[in-house]
Ligand binder design. Structure first.
Ligand SMILES: C[S@@+](CC[C@H](N)C(=O)[O-])C[C@H]1O[C@@H](n2cnc3c(N)ncnc32)[C@H](O)[C@@H]1O
Length: 273
């Protein structure tokens, strides 16, 4: 259960505006177009504090009910307690929480669902969890919109000769075995896409990019610190090089001179009619 402790509500709040700017609005509108008429029920997997609900609810028709799935009940509680977002027709959405491990998700859990969503999730899941999620969606014929899965590609401006070395170590860290859980990192989204395609579903994909620069210095510094710390945990031998690299990047952030693109993909999957 150490994974539960890794995601803080402070980190989710800090990244929420960048997530909102990056997610593929065109895929959300395509999802809206395939929803059945009448009241809709959306299951958000790995919901955290409800960032996906706050972004997506205003793009979908009402009335809407959200079921927020997460194994961290503290996070979903904050989502439920907050001001409910408004749907496209300006109605308040209702939300409830479902606490548990997504590896146990069953088709019956999605009974009556109109749409399954997730954001910033697939890269922190295991193969077993992604198989369970796709299987539940397919067997309940419920379309899925999975936003912001990291691809592992990072572009920094200005470039530095150590960028590639730290990027490689960070990507390896995402795939480590942590207490018996092997996360899929950048292979999470391709696995989900492949499983939906194998099931005969249609899948649309968009590249979605966090663009961090002088406008979000706090987020940029927090992202960089987390990224380099993970790389160092994976490859302690990089620590000698890390001192110069960290000083350089931190001073560039302080002067507003660093711009970073963190690449993600969004997927929309739906059954062929
Ligand atoms: C990176 S956070 C993203 C949260 C939220 N979707 C957002 O965009 O702000 C990933 C979330 O997934 C949850 N999570 C990760 N693995 C899970 C699992 N196997 N079962 C249930 N929840 C999980 C974490 O607790 C965390 O809230």
């Amino acid at each position: 259960m150490t994974q539960i402790l890794e995601v803080s509500s402070e980190w989710l709040a800090l990244r929420e505006p960048a997530d909102a700017d990056a997610r593929a609005r065109e895929l959300a509108l395509s999802a809206a177009a395939i929803l059945p008429p009448g009241p809709i029920v959306i299951h958000d997997l790995g919901s955290g504090t409800g960032s996906m609900m706050r972004w997506l609810a205003p793009l979908l028709p009402g009335p809407q009910t959200w079921v927020l799935h997460d194994w961290n009940a503290d996070l979903t509680e904050q989502a439920i307690e907050g001001e409910p977002p408004r749907d496209r027709d300006n109605g308040a959405v209702s939300a409830r929480a479902s606490t548990g491990n997504l590896s146990d998700l069953l088709p019956a859990d999605l009974a009556g669902a109109s749409l399954v969503t997730a954001s910033a999730l697939l890269d922190v899941l295991t193969s077993r969890e992604i198989h369970a999620i796709v299987d539940a969606c397919v067997r309940s014929s419920c379309p899925a919109l999975f936003a912001l899965s990291v691809t592992g590609d990072v572009r920094s401006m200005p470039r530095d000769e150590l960028d590639t070395e730290f990027e490689r170590a960070f990507n390896a860290h995402q795939l480590r075995d942590a207490d018996g859980r092997v996360q899929l990192g950048r292979y999470g989204a391709p696995l989900a896409r492949g499983l939906f395609t194998e099931a005969g579903w249609q899948v649309s994909q968009s590249t979605t990019i966090w663009r961090l620069d002088h406008r979000q210095p706090v987020l940029l510094q927090a992202w960089f610190d987390g990224w380099i710390d993970a790389a160092l945990e994976q490859e302690p031998a990089l620590s000698a090089k890390a001192t110069r690299y960290r000083q350089l990047r931190t001073s560039q952030i302080e002067r507003g001179e660093l711009a970073v693109e963190v690449h993600h993909v969004d997927l929309l999957a739906w059954p062929r009619t």
